[in-house]
Design a binder for this molecule. Structure first.
Ligand code: ADP
Ligand code: MG
Length: 260
C-alpha cells in the first residue's frame, strides 16, 4: 500500500531511552508510523524490539523520550516549564485503548469461549453495548476465519487458531495501531502461514501496524518500511526493497545472512 507523506502520524517515538538497572536497552530510538503504514522491525535477539513495543503500549515505563499514539502522549507529558511528568494511570489506560497488541503467547482466557474472549474487552473495559459487541466480535471471527469456533474453548483450538482469536480480540477494541511481537514464533511451522495470511489481509485493509518478526518474506512483501535494530538503536531504516537488498552496515548484512 502506498502511504502519502501527508497521512496523519499515528505513532511517534522520539528519543526513547529505557534501562533495566544499569543496562541501557533502548538508547535513543525515534521513528514515526503514519496511518495505514506497516513497519516491520527486525533485529537479533536482545536488541530491544520487545521492550520498544512494550513502551509504545506502556507496559514499560521509560526514562527519556516521548511517545504519542493518535496524538495523545503515552507515559509522560510535559508541564508548562517543560518538565516531564508521568501520566496518571487513568490517562495511560485510556491511551492504551488505541493500541492492540498480539504476543508470541496467545494469553486467551481459558474458561471463556472464543466469542467471549473477543467480546470481553469491548463490554467490560469500553462499556459497549453487548449486542453490538457480539455482532462486531462475530464479524471479526469471520475475518480471521473462525466463525465455526465461536463457542469453543481455547484449549480445543490449534496454536494458529488461538493466535487468530488473539488478533480478533485485539481488533475488537478498535485500536488505531496493532503491535505484533513475534506473533508466529511459538507456532508449529505448518501453522505460521494461516496467521501471516490474516496479518497480510489486515495490512491490505489499511490497518496501521508495527510488526516484530523473523519472517523475512513477510517483511519484504508486506512492509512499507523496515527498521533494523541492534544494541538498542535503529541501525537502518527504509523501504524493504532498498535496505534489505542493500544493507549499509555489517551488522545488518550479517543478520540477513549476506556475509557468507
Ligand atoms: P528483543 O525483543 O529484541 O529480543 P528485548 O527487548 O526482549 O529484546 O530485550 C532487550 C534487552 O533487555 C535484553 O538484554 C534483555 O535481557 C533485557 N531485558 C528485557 N526485559 C527485561 C526485564 N524485565 N528485566 C531486565 N532485563 C530485561
Ligand atoms: Mg522480543
Amino acid at each position: 500500500m502506498t502511504i502519502s507523506a501527508g497521512s496523519p502520524i499515528i505513532v511517534s517515538v522520539n528519543g526513547l531511552v529505557k534501562s533495566f538497572g544499569a543496562h541501557r536497552v533502548l538508547n535513543g530510538v525515534s521513528f514515526d508510523v503514519r496511518r495505514g503504514e506497516v513497519v516491520v522491525v527486525l533485529g537479533p535477539s536482545g536488541s530491544g524490539k520487545s521492550t520498544m513495543l512494550r513502551c509504545v503500549n506502556f507496559l514499560e515505563t521509560f526514562e527519556d523520550g516521548t511517545i504519542t499514539v493518535n496524538g495523545a502522549p503515552v507515559g509522560y507529558q510535559s508541564d508548562s516549564a517543560g518538565r516531564r511528568r508521568m501520566l496518571d494511570e487513568k490517562v495511560v489506560a485510556k491511551n492504551r485503548e488505541h493500541v492492540g497488541m498480539v504476543f508470541q503467547s496467545f494469553n486467551l482466557f481459558p474458561h471463556r469461549t472464543v466469542l467471549q474472549n473477543v467480546m470481553m474487552g469491548p463490554v467490560s473495559v469500553q462499556h459497549r453495548d453487548r449486542t453490538e459487541a457480539r455482532k462486531h466480535a462475530l464479524e471479526l471471527l469471520e475475518k480471521v476465519g473462525l466463525t465455526d469456533k465461536a463457542d469453543q474453548y481455547p484449549a480445543r483450538l490449534s496454536g494458529g487458531q488461538q493466535q487468530r482469536v488473539a488478533i480478533a480480540r485485539a481488533l475488537a477494541m478498535r485500536p488505531a495501531v496493532m503491535l505484533f511481537d513475534e506473533a508466529t514464533s511459538a507456532l508449529d511451522p505448518e501453522l505460521v502461514g494461516e496467521v501471516l495470511r490474516v496479518m497480510r489481509e489486515l495490512a491490505n485493509e489499511g490497518m496501521t501496524m508495527i510488526v516484530v518478526t523473523h519472517e523475512m518474506g513477510f517483511a519484504r512483501e508486506v512492509a512499507d518500511r523496515v527498521i533494523f535494530m541492534d544494541g538498542g538503536v535503529i541501525m537502518e531504516h527504509g523501504a524493504p526493497h532498498d535496505i534489505m537488498a542493500n544493507p549499509q552496515t555489517e551488522r545488518f548484512r550479517s543478520f540477513l545472512g549476506m556475509d557468507r
